[in-house]
Write a protein that binds this ligand. Structure first.
Ligand code: SF4
Ligand code: SF3
Length: 540
């Protein structure tokens, strides 16, 4: 195995024997083969007329989402997905009457052994013999993986964009071709452009389905009734679960990236939707234990499951873990059946209290723009000196304390704009407000980083600036998995310069490619807290 797709890959080289995430060699190989199978679909689909039948795009979204860090560790479900992918690829060949001359388009197999026999050909090392070209192809692939996750969420709510599906064909088939660095860089930028479309599509899907997020105070304590804990990013699962638990005598709590569900009007109406339990994904092994009731994991991030809660943890959607019950997909127009989870919850103890406070959030673009006059006045009067975007992912490493320290060290006349699970490093700190505007404005999940871009573009318009980089906004982004790569590419495509990226720059970037990105986009690694805060306050 060789995997280097996340920030926690073993330093300098990637993971070779077992991932820091818990992914073993066989699962890693099967995930690589699944990606390779989607490259085969894309290669064959180049001969299909556009727009593609959406079933191909939707299926590619699902396959790639399976391979996002911490989403699926279940070899059996990955094998089923590979079988379906090969069948789909062959269906396309029948339709077009042509077969591209590449192994990704011609190989066949149906058993685990045959799939594992393709591990070498599917590995990231086979993308190119040239380290810089392999680096660019990795950047493209990981960008497309995150894109696929967001596109899948939108599709679950009935929203699709044929341009995104067309880009899958272009981007994934490019991974099988010998292209120049300039051609690959062009595709990486096109991935950023497509990421903006995907996040806009998901924003539309979420807000048209569940309403515009509103300023909300979420409780972090617990009640006396048994609870169900729901984590991950899938709002449609949230909807089904809330409907099926109404009047059942159990409460529903969010964990990690599901916290922003509380901000949507469609979910606020449920009295039994009571609060958020715990922190970000990596502390789940302790928090799931003390929750005492069933846990539903709708997407990433799963950490190796402890015996103490194994029997009450469930996966659904693209998430999977060996030995856990998986709730099957909903029939067209129907709901998923969460009855087993609800019945189990009724037999469980209430959650053990971890804390008893509040988190304020719901500052997506409509809510912030509703406050635009107040925000603009505060900037003009000097009450707000600077905005610092600290969106992205959280992770296990102690070095991420940097983000807590930056939040605390920033002067009191700064506002932190956040989205994603990165927020757990500072969203419970008493940072105060500026004239009633909280100093931490949480737009929502990582995909809601789109909201932060919309807010920036609106401020640019209000202040009549030609360049988005002239705004008093700095970017201090934390990354972990591939969705953050996608968000980063979207920001670069939008012309944002001078982004700090940490806690480390991606290992899959070779020194040459990292230097090129630093030169073109002024992308920076993080430094010390004091130096970074001083530089950001000076507009650097
Ligand atoms: Fe290693 Fe990250 Fe890959 Fe897991 S996802 S194997 S931790 S690089
Ligand atoms: Fe977090 Fe996994 Fe990336 Fe959606 S839940 S931001 S890491």
């Amino acid at each position: 195995m060789h995997c280097d797709q996340c920030q926690e890959s073993i330093k300098g080289t990637g993971c070779f024997v077992r991932g820091v995430c818990g992914k073993d060699e066989r699962t890693a190989a099967l995930q690589d083969v699944l990606v390779y199978a989607t490259e085969g679909i894309a290669l064959c689909a180049e001969a299909l007329p556009q727009p593609l039948d959406r079933k191909y795009g939707r299926f590619i979204s699902e396959c790639l989402f399976v391979t996002v860090t911490n989403t699926n560790f279940d070899d059996v479900s990955i094998e089923v997905q590979i079988q379906k992918a090969l069948a789909m690829r062959d269906e396309i060949k029948t339709l077009t009457g042509t077969t591209p001359e590449h192994d990704a388009a011609t190989w066949s197999g149906s058993t685990r052994e045959e799939f594992l026999g393709k591990a070498m050909a599917s590995s990231i090392d086979s993308l190119s013999a040239d380290p810089d070209l392999r680096s660019l192809k990795s950047l493209l692939l990981y960008g497309i993986k995150g894109l696929a996750a967001y596109t899948d969420h939108a599709a679950v709510l009935g929203y699709n964009d044929d341009d995104i599906y067309a880009f899958y064909v272009k981007g994934l088939s490019a991974l099988t071709k010998e292209l120049s660095a300039d051609e690959l860089l062009g595709l990486v930028m096109e991935c950023g452009a497509t990421a903006v479309k995907a996040m806009a599509l998901l924003d539309k899907a979420n807000t048209e389905t569940y309403g515009n997020p509103e300023i909300t105070t979420v409780k972090t304590g617990v009640g006396t009734r048994p609870g169900i804990l729901i984590s991950g990013h899938d709002l449609r699962d949230m909807e089904d679960l809330l409907k099926q638990t109404e009047g059942a005598g159990v409460d529903v709590y969010t964990h990690c990236e599901m916290l922003p569900a509380h901000y949507y009007p469609a979910f606020k109406k449920y009295d039994h939707f009571v609060g958020n339990y715990g922190n970000s994904w990596w502390s789940q092994d302790q928090e799931f234990e003390s929750f005492n009731g069933p846990i539903l994991m709708t997407t990433n991030c799963i950490v190796p499951v402890r015996e103490s809660y194994r029997n009450r943890m469930f996966t659904t959607g693209m998430a999977g873990y060996p030995g856990l019950k998986h709730i099957p997909a909903r029939a067209e127009g129907g709901q998923k059946d969460f009855s087993e989870i609800v019945e189990l919850a009724k037999t469980c103890k209430a959650p053990t209290m971890l804390e008893n406070g509040e988190i304020v959030g719901g500052f997506a673009h409509t809510q912030v723009l509703a406050l635009a006059d107040k925000v603009v006045d505060a900037v003009k009067s000097g009450a707000i000196k600077r905005f610092v975007v600290m969106a992205g992912c959280d992770g296990r490493h102690a070095t991420r304390k940097y983000y807590t320290d930056v939040a605390e060290a920033l002067p009191k006349d700064t506002i932190i704009l956040t989205a994603g699970c990165a927020k757990y490093r500072y969203n419970k700190l008493p940072l105060g407000d500026i004239g009633g505007i909280p100093r931490v404005l949480d737009a929502g999940q990582c995909n809601d980083s789109y909201s932060l871009a919309v807010i920036a573009m609106k401020l640019q318009e209000v202040f009549g600036l030609d360049d988005i980089n002239d705004l008093p906004i700095s970017y201090d982004i934390a990354w972990y998995e591939q969705k953050a790569v996608t968000v980063l590419l979207a920001l670069l495509y939008l012309g944002v310069k001078g982004i700090r990226l940490g806690p480390t720059l991606p290992e899959f970037l070779t020194p040459n490619i990292a230097t090129a990105l630093v030169k073109t986009f002024d992308l920076k690694p993080i430094g010390t807290v004091d130096a970074d805060v001083e530089a950001m306050m000076a507009g650097n």
